[in-house]
Design a protein around this ligand. Structure first.
Ligand code: DX5
Ligand code: ZN
Length: 233
């Protein structure tokens, strides 16, 4: 995949119908999703439990775009190989997940997949300064990870701006995750983010029987994001 900073919308299937993942993934992709975001939670690093490697492997054949797997687990290193083998296109680990984030990123790269580092809302941007030459993406969490449907934390906007300055000319995406909707996406674009995870804002009001609602929701986020991009240029 070649690098560019065009707007990408990555619906989080944490907000999908858990009895129907294949159809949900096909529906969001048909309705304009650029990536498919998979939230992996362990009940330890975050207070919720979701998908093990066999679940991710089952999602894989349905994803025709790009599957980013957001690991909210600690320890993370022992599970990297299994999630890569399950078919992740990108694996994102949390800076807070262990004492050796540099080693974690090396382990992800060694699997031949794209790699990302994620920052919780309470973690400053500065901690990743020595990791930037290793990553394809920085994920700025705009809620405390664990659940969909939480309120956007506004200080994330400034953190995105700081990360954007830090990355300079490097080909690194900036993703934001949590409370992203048409009302919050504009300031994040203006600050320098290009990839937006959205759970509630994509899935609300829709279903596999009403997929056009997913399409309208994705289009509304994209329109707000692209409007802000134009205004900033
Ligand atoms: C939170 C997850 C998010 C979440 C976003 O821990 O990482 O991906 O599903 O959900 P919304 O868009 O509803 O805030
Ligand atoms: Zn996520």
């Amino acid at each position: 995949m070649s690098f560019d900073r065009s707007i990408k919308i990555a619906p989080s299937i944490l907000s999908a119908d858990f009895a129907n993942f294949g159809a949900e993934i096909r529906a969001i992709e048909a309705q304009g999703a650029d990536w498919v975001h998979v939230d992996v939670m362990d009940g330890h690093f975050v207070p919720n439990l979701t998908f093990g490697p066999p679940a991710v492997k089952a999602f894989r054949p349905h994803v025709k775009t790009f599957m980013d797997v957001h690991l909210m687990i600690a320890p993370v290193d022992p599970y990297i190989e299994a999630y890569a083998e399950a078919g992740a296109d990108m694996i994102v680990a949390h800076w807070e997940a262990g004492p050796h984030p540099h080693r974690t990123l090396q382990a992800i790269k060694a699997q031949g997949v794209k790699c990302g580092i994620s920052l919780n809302p309470g973690t400053p941007a500065s901690v990743i300064s020595e990791l930037l030459d290793l990553v394809d993406m920085v994920l700025v969490m705009s809620v405390n990870p664990g659940f969909g449907g939480q309120k956007f934390i506004p200080s994330s906007i400034n953190k995105v701006r700081q990360v954007r300055e830090m990355i300079g000319d490097r080909e690194i995406h900036i993703q934001v995750d949590g409370g992203v909707d048409p009302s919050t996406v504009g300031s994040l674009v203006e600050a320098g983010a290009d990839c937006f995870v959205a759970g509630s804002a994509v899935f609300k009001g829709g279903s596999v029987d009403k997929p056009e609602v997913y399409g309208q929701n994705i289009a509304a986020i994209r329109a707000a994001a692209e409007g802000a991009l134009k205004a900033a240029q």
